[in-house]
Design a binder for this molecule. Structure first.
Ligand code: ZN
Length: 281
């Protein structure tokens, strides 16, 4: 398939997107940057700092006033273009909190954009006006601790919390499975019409889709409990049994997801760890 890189795609009145050229096993065809508003716009998830993507965004903005450059979270495929775009447009960075993880040790994570520095941090329940219309903030920690979704005109821009092509990666230390499940539950109780994720196609049946995601994680949890109930197992052993035929590029991410499930189960007193081995408690 020929992906529409650097092209402005209009999705509905007031919502358009531009796809960045950063395809990978984690980003699908790449990061989708959204423009919301009409005479005045906000840019959501500016994406990776690729000159042709920033040029495409500037072209898509077309001289309109930019009320805000907003990031759902600070993974490197989402926030780095916020800086050149702010320079070119003069717009403020308004959105998720910065996240400082260590560069070495157990809290290190190379996927984070440590240079992200917002002018204004938004909290759950706050609103921001773009072209006279409200953008409502829904905090959705789990994929990362600083993750936000943005609701606009009945649509929800879901970042990486809910994706349209694959399940979300939830990897400790910053990713948290219990928080992620609570954030899914939070979306289940909303009545958004459409989700626009940063990766993959729009989700036009949000309620059903979120229930499916919750069910999928509960199945995974049950499976992990069954595997460690049979005998003590380490994480690679659990991954090999729980993800048959897994794309090798995703082994580390699957291990991270299993680990976040195990930490959650440990907190709930259902499993215990001895060195690398996990057993039912
Ligand atoms: Zn992410």
């Amino acid at each position: 398939m020929d992906a529409p890189y650097a092209k402005l795609e209009r999705l509905e009145p007031g919502i358009a997107r531009v796809l960045a050229h950063n395809p990978s096993a984690f980003t699908y065809y790449g990061t989708q940057t959204y423009l919301i508003g009409s005479e005045e716009v906000a840019v959501v998830d500016p994406g990776p700092d690729l000159p042709e993507h920033v040029d495409a965004l500037e072209h898509a903005i077309g001289g309109r006033r930019v009320a805000a450059i907003m990031c759902t979270h600070t993974h490197r495929d989402h926030s780095p273009a916020s800086r050149p775009l702010a320079e070119r447009t003069g717009a403020p960075l308004i959105g998720c909190a910065p996240l400082t993880l260590e560069t070495v040790g157990p809290r290190a994570d190379a996927a984070f954009d440590g240079d992200y520095s917002p002018d204004i941090v938004l909290e759950d329940g706050q609103t921001l006006e773009v072209g006279g219309k409200p953008v409502f903030v829904v905090a959705t920690p789990g994929h990362t601790s600083n993750h936000l979704c943005f609701a606009y005109e009945g649509a929800l821009l879901t970042g990486d919390h809910v994706m349209g092509w694959s399940t979300t990666v939830v990897v400790p230390p910053d990713g948290d499975m219990a928080a992620y499940m609570q954030s899914l539950e939070k979306l289940r109780q909303r009545d958004d019409r459409t989700y626009y994720p940063a990766h993959g196609p729009p989700v036009t049946n949000p309620q059903q889709y979120v229930r499916g995601l919750i069910g999928h994680r509960m199945q995974r949890e049950k499976q992990i409990l069954r595997l460690v109930g049979e005998k003590p197992r380490d994480i690679p052993d659990i991954v090999a049994n729980a993800y048959p035929g897994l794309d090798k590029r995703l082994t580390v991410a699957a291990g991270g997801s299993v680990w976040s499930h195990l930490l959650d189960l440990e907190r709930r007193g259902l499993v215990q760890q001895q060195q690398d081995l996990w057993t039912a408690a």
